[in-house]
Ligand binder design. Structure first.
Ligand code: NAD
Length: 422
């Protein structure tokens, strides 16, 4: 991921949604052990480390590092590593929980984890960043590994950092590409990982529109963000679904034109100018204004907590597809539901990335690498199967898609816990 993402404030919406889903399951007497259902709320393991660094000028400093391992009933823990000054145990806990649900809803054999270091990597030289990453990896020791816990890039971490982890891990454990995903292609990365989350979002939009009988040809799609997820998502939605993108944004502000605009021109402009202000043929506005513009599909694809009580009542879209994690506050979600807006939740909509991370891990074990067409078709199959499962659960039990997704995920995790005798 790029370094432009401002610090997300993790909310407790994920826990609240989980409690809501558990209460619903209990009231329907799903036959699940209530103690196991409650056990899902707590992480299995939390690691806090003081990670030392000798700066290039000889000074000694240290930073707090974290790894929260939420649940591994269905397979090794899986989740990103963030390097950001405001990383803390609370945020890691919430996002690890979200990862357990996400891997379960798309039915890949992983649990959930998250972590990182409370550091601003922009204040470090490249060599300092490498030393810090290597020390953190070494301190995590046997707590990570291809069959234990598999980190991946997240805010301010990237394929280079994953490559250093592979190398450091190999010193004590022997060569093993499967210890992380999101690696460079030369070191066991997978084709199609860069576009995977955006492609998954495009599939979620297509399936949601089909379910709601919305014709996507010429439909207006509005994105918050224009980074990895949103730029791939926007391009694929135009190219493969025939819809038109009417708005995108960066941290400085947003562009909007109800009739659409030249998307590849905007991408080139954004790359060149590191922002969108001044792009021709569009209105310039704030991110808050963008979210409430006229559109058919709204895709928050930048930050946590984008949809709040201050904008939920004004959103014009009839479908919201959550590309960003934890982007709708629980109270605002209730408003969207009341207004009849069809919401595809983050744990389903943005799961394309972790699905292709799973394919990367599978390829690492077999040392046999797939063509891009195979990656895309397996992603398509996995996402459509997950969408259909969530949709049919939601219909059968008269739930929202969010509660349908949480129910599918929690039932899978709890079934695995019960079978294993946890
Ligand atoms: P990114 O860093 O590539 O892009 C983030 C975008 O958000 C940038 O265009 C940035 O300018 C914009 N932005 C930053 N602050 C903003 C603000 N205040 N208002 C509006 N826009 C702002 O990140 P990404 O990889 O595209 O991830 C976006 C979201 O998707 C995050 O919530 C992330 O957790 C989630 N996600 C990403 C992946 C993945 O594979 N990259 C997978 C699952 C979920």
């Amino acid at each position: 991921m790029s370094t432009t993402l401002s610090k997300p404030a993790a909310s407790d919406s994920v826990t609240r949604y989980t409690i809501q889903a558990i209460d619903q399951m209990k009231s329907m007497d799903s036959g699940r052990d209530p103690d196991l259902l409650r056990a899902i709320l707590k992480p299995k393991c939390e690691i806090t480390l003081e990670v030392p660094l000798r700066r290039d000028d000889g000074k000694f400093v240290s930073f707090q590092g974290y790894r929260v391992q939420h649940n591994d009933a269905r397979g090794p823990y899986k989740g990103g590593l963030r390097f950001h000054p405001a990383v803390d145990i609370h945020e890691a806990r919430i996002l690890a929980h979200l990862m357990s649900l996400k891997t379960a809803v798309v039915n890949i054999p992983f649990g959930g984890s998250k972590g990182g270091i409370a550091v601003d990597p922009k204040q470090l030289t490249l060599r300092e960043l490498e030393r810090l990453t290597r020390t953190f990896t070494s301190m995590l020791g046997d707590n990570i590994g291809p069959l234990v816990d598999i980190p991946a890039p997240d805010v301010n971490t990237n394929a280079q950092i994953m490559a250093w982890i592979v190398d450091e891990y190999a010193k004590k454990h022997g060569h093993s590409y499967g210890v992380v995903t999101g690696k460079p292609l030369e070191l066991g990365g997978s084709l199609g990982r860069d576009e995977a989350t955006g492609r998954g979002v495009m599939i979620a939009v297509r399936e949601a529109a089909a379910e709601k009988k919305m014709n996507l040809k010429g439909a207006r799609v509005l994105f918050q963000g224009f980074g990895n997820v949103s730029s791939f998502g926007a391009r694929l939605i135009e190219q493969e679904l025939g819809a038109k993108v009417v708005g995108v944004s960066s941290s400085q502000g947003a562009i909007y034109n109800k009739n659409g605009f030249d998307l590849s021109g905007a991408e080139a402009y954004y790359r060149k100018n590191k922002g969108l202000k001044g792009f021709a043929g569009v209105e310039w506005m704030t991110n808050d204004e963008l979210l409430v513009q006229e559109c058919d599909v709204l895709i928050p694809g930048a930050l946590e907590n984008a949809i709040t009580m201050s904008n939920a009542g004004k959103i014009k879209a009839s479908i919201v597809v959550e590309a960003a994690n934890d982007c709708t506050e629980a109270e605002a979600d209730a408003v969207l539901k009341e207004r009849g807006i069809f919401v595809i939740p983050d744990i389903l909509a943005n799961a394309g990335g972790v699905v292709v991370s799973y394919f990367e891990w599978v390829q690492n074990f077999s040392s046999h690498y797939w063509e891009i067409a195979r990656v895309r078709s397996e992603l398509e199959r996995t996402m459509v199967a997950a969408y259909n499962q969530v949709s049919s659960t939601a219909k059968e039990r008269q739930l929202s898609m969010r509660m349908g997704a949480y129910t599918v995920a929690i039932e899978r995790i709890v079934r695995a816990m019960a079978l294993r005798g946890m």
